[in-house]
Ligand binder design. Sequence first.
Ligand SMILES: NC(=O)c1ccc[n+]([C@@H]2O[C@H](COP(=O)([O-])OP(=O)(O)OC[C@H]3O[C@@H](n4cnc5c(N)ncnc54)[C@H](OP(=O)(O)O)[C@@H]3O)[C@@H](O)[C@H]2O)c1
Length: 325
Amino acid sequence: MKAYRVHQGGKFGEGRFDTMSREELDAGNVEVRIAYASVNYKDALTARGKAKIALKFPLVVGIDLAGVVEASADARFRKGDEVIVHSFGLGAEHDGGYAETGRFPADWVIPLPNGLSLFEASALGVAGHTAALAVDLMELNGLAPGKGKVLVNGATGGVASIAIDILSQRGYQVVAMSGKAAQAEYLKSLGASEVVGRDAFKDAGRPLESPLWAGAVDSVGGAQMSWLTRSMQRDGVIAAFGNAGGAAFEGNVLPFILRGVRLLGVNVNNPYATMARLWQRLATDLRPRHLAKIARRIRFEELESAFDDLLAARVTGRQVVDFSL
Ligand SMILES: NC(=O)c1ccc[n+]([C@@H]2O[C@H](COP(=O)([O-])OP(=O)(O)OC[C@H]3O[C@@H](n4cnc5c(N)ncnc54)[C@H](OP(=O)(O)O)[C@@H]3O)[C@@H](O)[C@H]2O)c1
């Protein structure tokens, strides 16, 4: 079968198109015919050997997938069931989504919730799951519509596009911050009420800046994160999950001790029960309305250009490998 694997080589591995036999796949008691697998920033880093993500070689790249059970030795799943698989080391220490078939432990496999198609589940993938977790955590920590504006940076990115969609359908006033001026209409069509450029943040370098945001969804990290911590309103919440603009950020404690700012770490690798709960929410009250605009189907053979476009920040929304194309 065809696969995209990363092999030993370079600093952190070298990705390439491959053919492999099913026998080579990592073990698992549920075998899935993969229909779709999305392209995530982390996949691009793995495939292009830009970060230490692959923990074994060779490794089928791809941190999420949606497909149909072909065979199961676990009573919870039967041939023909539609399922989603991500996290638990997928695409890092266990063969992932960029192959026609995969084998996974049943404890990792999420039944496709009613209300989502397999394509929609893949269009959401780890990005949608991260966006849902960010909103879930922010609301648990006091964010509510009417408290003020919510900034979403790296706005045209996969996680951010879905976050804008979810937040706007929940009644939040969303400000999208993006480096792609040409995508302002796209961002507004997802529900952003304002679109500002990456250079719009006015960082005077003060310990506290003017309070602007009740919430912030941060894909970017670095200097933007530093400014965000200092420009939140009283009790503002930041969901931090990305480092597209840098891992390190400078800060001081005044926003936390004088404004009660809450900095929430968002990590998509959660216990199964949390993942299943969030997938239910993604199919119901957090269901994005504009996935058809956000996600684009690509052929398997287009993977490498998809990685390079993602690393160069040329992509808007999500790219999904459709194995039937
Ligand atoms: N913590 C977790 O569990 C978790 C889960 C999923 C993703 N992530 C991380 O979250 C981030 C976003 O993931 P994604 O899949 O949405 O990636 P993505 O689709 O590549 O989106 C990232 C966006 O960030 C902006 N950006 C890129 N380079 C930048 C730079 N140098 N400075 C400022 N902004 C920049 C771009 O948006 P604009 O051009 O619109 O500004 C880009 O579209 C990544 O760092 C990823 O590794 C973490």
